[in-house]
Write a protein that binds this ligand. Structure first.
Ligand SMILES: [Zn+2]
Length: 292
């Protein structure tokens, strides 16, 4: 039987040798930058959230390295001898199609995470009351495991090779780190970037306590998919945002133990503990135009 989780495959060893240090440097650089040029004002002390987010990341990062990444290689190898939709394409069209498909799987998986069953896991990530680089690590390990059939399985069935999947994963992780940072890019620069790729202001809107705003900007790398599905919403000013999930707005309720067990708690209703539902007006600017 073929090994579906080849944890020490040469591709994964190369990932450890090159991708991990690159991502660490990118992360450290973004952390320094966001500390110097914050985009939104913090509502909670940094250490309170950083400790919590690091503890939540502690099981999900190894889970990713030992299950999701090897599955991308193992399932890719399993499908290699077969005809798949993408295997018929000549290079470099195949590689381009693989990359676009992987980013689309990221977008559509993220939309599924907002469906009732998977929201139980994903709300651990969204309940962070500020958003910065460490929010980009704050994923319940169950969410990581649940993503394997989708992000590795469907990709392999469509003909994505393990090498492309791992290569794209570096971009995917770097972009996840980037759009979660609380970094104020010069507005002129971000306004130019936002039509093409997911930026910190755009992803901040996705972490809003206003339901309609959370249900937008699901993209990871490209905004193309949000545009095609009409889920792009860039016109919300950052100073209007309250980050978090209304039901978990009380910081005292966010212990690590509770957050780890959160998938087992009953479904939350989209309202603050006092019953109020956060609202924003419809903004005058067109939805596809970035607000400062
Ligand atoms: Zn989300």
């Amino acid at each position: 039987m073929m090994n579906l989780f080849p944890t020490s495959h040469p591709l994964l060893k190369r990932f450890d040798k090159y991708a991990t240090p690159i991502l660490a440097v990118v992360g450290l650089g973004l952390l320094l930058l966001e500390t110097r040029r914050p985009l939104r004002q913090r509502t909670r002390p940094r250490t309170e959230r950083w400790v919590r987010n690091a503890v939540l990341a502690a099981p999900s990062m190894p889970a990713m390295r030992l299950t999701l990444l090897p599955a991308m290689v193992g399932l890719g190898n399993l499908m290699a001898p077969y005809r798949t939709p993408l295997s018929r394409l000549p290079e470099p069209a195949r590689m381009l199609a693989e990359v676009l498909l992987l980013d689309y799987l990221g977008y559509s998986w993220h939309r599924l995470l907002h469906s009732p069953l998977l929201w139980r896991f994903h709300r651990v990530h969204h309940s962070d009351l500020d958003m910065d680089l460490t929010t980009g690590w704050r994923f319940h390990f169950g969410e990581m495991l649940a993503s394997i059939p989708y992000r590795a399985g469907i990709a392999a069935l469509m003909g994505v090779r393990g090498s492309t999947a791992l290569g794209f994963e570096v971009v995917f992780e770097a972009c996840t780190a980037f759009h979660h940072t609380n970094l104020e890019l010069p507005f002129k620069v971000e306004r130019r970037l936002a039509p093409f790729m997911v930026t910190p202001r755009a992803h901040g809107i996705h972490h809003s306590m206003v339901d309609r705003e959370t249900q937008s900007n699901f993209g990871v790398v490209l905004t193309l998919w949000d545009r095609l599905h009409r889920t792009l919403r860039l016109n919300v000013p950052q100073q209007d945002l309250t980050i978090g999930v209304p039901a978990y707005a009380d910081p005292a309720g966010q212990t690590v133990a509770r957050l780890l067990a959160l998938p087992l708690e009953p479904q939350d209703t989209w309202a603050l503990p006092n019953g109020e539902v956060p609202e924003h007006p419809e903004y005058a600017k067109p939805m596809t135009e970035l607000a400062e």
